[in-house]
Design a protein around this ligand. Structure first.
Ligand code: COI
Length: 328
């Protein structure tokens, strides 16, 4: 079996090489790694491979999936939880098996809690002041979780892990989800999305990017929220309408904004642009608020998660190819 992996970062290489050695001997598996994302210009390199592994910057839309099929690829595995960069309908139509990797939710859940605390305790302006010898307290008064209601939108593996962590801090926890998680019942109170939006002081998003979740935070839903609401997004940028965020920050409707993701982050995040002029004005504008924190889609980025993404994606690819070939 032959696997080709795209978007392989230096921090993934050793794990790929270890797995290639381990499984190469045991299963006759060959894995080739490339640093570039899978794009139309390099898709021909997939000829002769049974499975292709990607990360989120490889846009596997309809034409790409069809090209993979023409080249004989049987399985496409993304080393991510999110699958919004893959056209699943076309993949099913042409018969390419697709999978994501359910790596541990701990890294993202920890990061979400960190963003909440950074927002609540005004860490960003505090650090800015330290850097210029300003040790004043004015404007830095924070809030305690125990005095607040936190709304968790989505209680899949990551949302549930966030609820478990929050429980230790003592807020009232509201949750909404298509599927209620037994481990969350008893810690959080499930309510409708509208009720959650109307009651929560802090709202944290943990749902996938789908047509039904597109711009879940928009002008209309913002109007339903508390004045001064705190918004945290470690899921996907397009869950939030950027124009509505800009308006909400300017008016003070949003009390604090913490985002590890950004609408239109593709081509910007996970790359250095130190010498470039970026055209994403909204990103630059939103970043300058003292009560906003933007990070570069790094909530997943822990040694544990990265290893699980690599190991898990290879295992899924082997499994899918075997099934496609009617073995195992
Ligand atoms: C995911 O696993 O879905 C992520 O968001 C992380 C990824 C972009 C590397």
């Amino acid at each position: 079996m032959r696997i080709i992996a795209f978007e392989v970062r230096p921090d993934e290489r050793a794990t790929f090489e270890r797995e290639a050695r381990r499984l190469g001997a045991a299963e006759g598996l060959a894995i080739d790694c490339r640093a570039d994302p899978l794009v139309a210009d390099n898709v021909a390199a997939c000829l002769g491979y049974d499975a292709v592994l990607v990360l989120g910057r490889s846009v596997c839309d309809g034409p790409m999936v069809r090209a993979l099929d023409t080249l004989g690829v049987r399985a496409l595995v993304t080393r991510t939880v999110g699958m919004d960069h893959i056209d699943l309908v076309t993949a099913e139509a042409v018969g390419i098996a697709v999978s994501n990797v359910g790596y541990s939710p701990d890294g993202v859940a920890d990061f979400a809690l960190m963003l909440m605390l950074v927002a609540l305790r005004k860490y960003k302006p505090a650090v800015y002041r330290q850097n210029v010898n300003d040790y004043s307290l004015d404007g830095l008064m924070g809030r305690t979780f125990s005095s607040m209601t936190v709304g968790v939108v989505g209680t899949g593996r990551i949302g549930s892990a966030v609820v478990r962590r929050l429980a230790g801090f003592g807020p009232t926890i509201l949750a909404c989800s298509n599927h209620e998680a037994p481990e969350v019942t008893g810690i959080a109170c499930y309510v409708s999305l509208d009720e959650l939006l109307a009651r929560a002081d802090l709202i944290t998003l943990h749902v996938p990017s789908l047509p039904s979740t597109y711009h879940l935070v928009n002008e209309r839903t913002l109007a339903m929220m508390h004045d001064g609401v705190i918004l945290v997004n470690t899921a996907r940028g397009d869950l939030m309408d950027t124009d509505a965020l800009v308006g909400g920050m300017e008016s003070g409707k949003i009390g604090a904004l913490a985002m590890d993701v950004f609408e239109g982050e593709q081509g910007v995040y996970h790359e250095s642009h130190v010498n470039d002029v970026l055209s994403n004005r909204d990103m630059a504008y939103l970043r300058q608020f003292p009560n906003s924190v933007l990070t570069q889609h790094m909530a997943f980025y822990t040694r544990q998660s990265v290893d699980e993404m690599v190991v898990g994606s290879i295992a899924r690819a082997i499994d899918l190819v075997r099934r496609q070939n009617g073995v195992g």
